[in-house]
Ligand binder design. Structure first.
Ligand SMILES: Cc1cc2nc3c(=O)[nH]c(=O)nc-3n(C[C@H](O)[C@H](O)[C@H](O)COP(=O)(O)OP(=O)(O)OC[C@H]3O[C@@H](n4cnc5c(N)ncnc54)[C@H](O)[C@@H]3O)c2cc1C
Length: 512
C-alpha cells in the first residue's frame, strides 16, 4: 500500500494549486481526478470533432501571487495578456464598449459617472483584495491571527477615509439595481456593469445580499469589468505542467469513492481514500476540492458527522443557474455594427430583462428573453478549432437546475433554437455558419463535472455562506470536523471563479 503526506481529491485548478504548494514545501503529494483530464470546470472539452472550449471560458481575476509563486509564466501562461473589451450589444448597433477604464457609446453624463464609479469601486476592491488570499478566521476565538486579520481589515478601511468607509458600508448590501440607478442613465450600461456582480449566483439586480462582494472579487484582477485574452486552456496546461514539475503525482481516471475515516487520539481522523476500484491509499492528510455537499454527504458519509453539521451541509444552497451554450462555426461570425467580435459580448438590454429571466428561473422556467455573455475563445487560441473556423461560447443566465415539467429532448431543442435566434438578432448570419451546437444545463454540469447543482461557486456565494462562514461554520478555514481532512475548492473562501484563492489558502493553512 502507498503512503503520501497529502492526497488531494480533484484536479480542478484549485486542487492543482493546492497540490503544487504542498509539493514545493517538500510533501509527497498525490492528486486524484475522477475524469480523464485535469482542469475540472476549466478543462478542455471537445464538443464536436476538433472544436473545443471549456465551461469556464474566460479569466478575469486569476491571482498574480499564485501565478508568480508557481512560475506559471515559465509553463506557458501569460497573466499579462491584453484584456478584451466588454461590449454591451444593442439591437440598434449603438453598442457600448468598456476598455482600459474608458467607455464609448454613452452620453457625456454617463461617461463622466463611469470614471467616478470605476475609481470608487476599484478603491473598494483594493481595500478587500488582501482578504481573498488569506484565511478569514472565525469570530470569537480572540486568537492572535484573528485579531491581526480583523485589525488589518479595520486598518484598510480606516485608510480609505471616513467618506469612503461610510459609502462602502452603505452600498455593501445594496441591490445592484439601486447602485446602477444612482449612477447611470443608460439601460444597457447598467445591465453590463451589474453583470459582474450577478454572474454565477442566484442573484438578480433587485436582490439585496452579496452582489457587491461578488463584484469586488471579480474586480480584484487587473482587468476591471473586462476579461483577459489569455486562454483558459493555457492556464490549465501551465498549472498541470507546474504541478508535475514540483513533483505532484497526478492520476486521472481515478474517482475517489470514499474518504477513509479511522479513530485518532483526538477524535475521528481521515487516514486515506478508497477509489472506485477498491484500491485504498493512505495519507497523513486528505484534502478535497470536490464541493462541500459531495465531500461530506457522499465521500465522508453522514455516519461520521454530527447531525447539526450534516443539516448545515444539506442546507447549503448549491443550485446552479448558469447554462453553457457552445457553437461550432464555419467561420468567424459577424455582429452588426462591430468590426470584430473579439471581446466579451453581453446580451442584456436592461436590468429588467435580467430580473425577469431570474424570476422565470426561480419558479422553474426558462426565460423567453435569455441574457448571456459570449466570447469566441478560438480567436486567441487557434488550437480550439480547425483553421479558419471558430467556437462561440456563451454563459446563459438564468437556467434552472429543475425545470417545471422536466428537461427532455424537445424542450432542449426549443431552448437551443431560442438561444440561436437571440444571438442572431445581433449576428444575423450566424445560423448558416453553425456546424454543431451544444447546450449544457446545470444538471448536465453536475453529471459531467461532478459538481453538486452544477454551481459556479460549488455553493452559493451569499453573505451567510461566505468569508469566515464559507462553506459553513465547522468546515470553514479549510478545516473540517474530521481530523486530517481539509477542503480546498471553490466551496471555500473566497469562492469560485478562476482565481486559485481557495487552493492557495488551503495549502497555507495546512502547512501551518
Ligand atoms: C457554467 C459555468 C461557467 C463558468 N465560467 C467561468 C468563467 O468564465 N470564468 C471564471 O473565472 N469562472 C467561471 N466559472 C467558475 C469556475 O469554473 C469554478 O468556480 C472553478 O472552476 C472551480 O474550480 P475548483 O478547482 O474549485 O473546482 P472544479 O473545477 O469543479 O474541480 C473539482 C474537480 O474535482 C473532481 N472530483 C470531484 N469529485 C471527485 C472524486 N470523487 N474523485 C476524484 N475527483 C473528483 C472533478 O472531476 C473536478 O475535476 C464557471 C462555472 C460554471 C458552472
Amino acid at each position: 500500500m502507498h503512503r503520501y503526506n497529502s492526497i488531494i481529491i480533484g484536479a480542478g485548478h484549485n486542487g492543482m494549486v493546492c497540490a503544487n504548494y504542498l509539493a514545493r514545501s517538500g510533501q509527497k503529494v498525490l492528486l486524484l481526478e475522477s475524469s480523464d483530464s485535469v482542469g475540472g470546470l476549466a478543462s478542455v472539452r471537445e464538443f464536436h470533432p476538433e472544436f473545443k472550449t471549456s465551461i469556464a471560458h474566460s479569466i478575469s481575476y486569476f491571482s498574480e501571487k499564485v501565478a508568480r509563486d508557481l512560475n506559471l509564466k515559465k509553463h506557458g501562461f501569460n497573466l499579462d495578456a491584453a484584456p478584451l473589451p466588454t461590449i454591451g450589444l444593442s439591437a440598434d448597433t449603438n453598442h457600448i464598449v468598456l476598455q482600459g477604464g474608458r467607455i464609448s457609446g454613452v452620453a457625456n453624463d454617463d461617461e463622466q459617472s463611469y470614471g467616478k464609479y470605476l475609481e470608487l469601486i476599484q478603491r473598494f476592491a483594493n481595500m478587500v483584495k488582501p482578504f481573498w488570499l488569506q484565511t478569514v478566521p472565525p469570530i470569537g476565538n480572540n486568537s492572535l491571527p484573528e485579531i491581526m486579520s480583523y485589525a488589518h481589515l479595520g486598518m484598510n478601511m480606516r485608510l480609505m477615509g471616513k467618506a469612503d468607509m461610510r459609502e462602502f458600508l452603505r452600498i455593501l448590501t445594496l441591490p445592484m439595481r439601486d447602485l446602477m440607478d444612482e449612477n447611470f442613465d443608460n439601460e444597457i450600461l447598467k445591465a453590463m456593469l451589474s453583470w459582474d456582480g450577478l454572474i454565477g449566483s442566484k442573484l438578480a439586480p433587485r436582490s439585496p445580499n452579496h452582489s457587491l462582494i461578488t463584484l469586488l472579487l471579480r474586480m480584484s484582477g487587473p482587468t476591471a469589468h473586462q476579461v483577459s485574452s489569455a486562454s483558459v486552456k493555457t492556464l490549465i496546461e501551465a498549472l498541470h505542467s507546474s504541478a508535475s514539475a514540483s513533483g505532484v503525482e497526478i492520476r486521472t481516471g481515478a474517482p475517489v469513492a470514499e474518504i477513509v475515516i479511522g479513530d485518532g487520539a483526538e477524535g475521528l481522523l481521515a487516514t486515506g481514500v478508497k477509489l472506485d476500484t477498491g484500491e485504498q491509499i493512505e495519507a497523513d492528510c486528505v484534502i478535497s476540492s470536490a464541493d462541500p455537499k459531495k465531500t461530506f454527504l457522499d465521500l465522508v458519509g453522514v455516519q461520521h458527522l454530527e447531525i447539526g453539521f450534516t443539516n448545515r451541509i444539506r442546507r447549503l444552497r448549491a443550485d446552479g443557474y448558469v447554462a453553457k451554450f457552445h457553437l461550432a462555426l464555419k467561420e468567424l461570425p459577424e455582429f452588426s455594427g462591430l468590426d470584430s467580435p473579439d471581446g466579451r459580448l453581453l446580451i442584456a438590454p436592461d436590468m429588467d430583462v435580467i430580473e425577469f429571466a431570474y424570476d422565470d428561473a426561480k419558479y422553474g422556467h426558462c426565460s423567453m428573453v435569455p441574457v448571456m455573455e459570449i466570447v469566441i475563445p478560438s480567436i486567441h487560441d487557434e488550437t480550439l478549432a480547425p483553421a479558419g473556423q471558430h467556437v462561440l461560447s456563451a454563459h446563459v443566465m438564468y437556467v434552472p437546475r429543475y425545470l417545471q415539467g422536466g428537461w427532455d429532448d424537445q424542450v432542449r431543442e426549443a431552448y437551443t433554437q431560442l438561444l440561436i435566434d437571440t444571438i442572431a438578432k445581433y449576428a444575423p448570419g450566424i445560423r448558416e455558419q453553425i456546424l454543431h451546437h451544444e447546450l449544457l444545463i446545470p444538471a448536465d454540469l453536475e453529471r459531467e463535472y461532478g459538481v453538486t447543482g452544477g454551481h459556479w461557486h460549488h455553493s452559493e456565494l451569499s453573505l451567510d455562506q461566505s468569508l469566515m462562514m464559507r462553506p459553513t461554520y465547522g468546515a470553514a478555514q479549510y478545516q473540517t470536523p474530521i481530523g486530517g481532512l481539509h477542503l480546498c475548492g471553490a466551496g471555500c473562501h473566497p469562492g469560485g471563479g478562476l482565481m486559485g484563492g481557495a487552493g492557495h489558502n488551503a495549502a497555507q493553512e495546512i502547512l501551518k
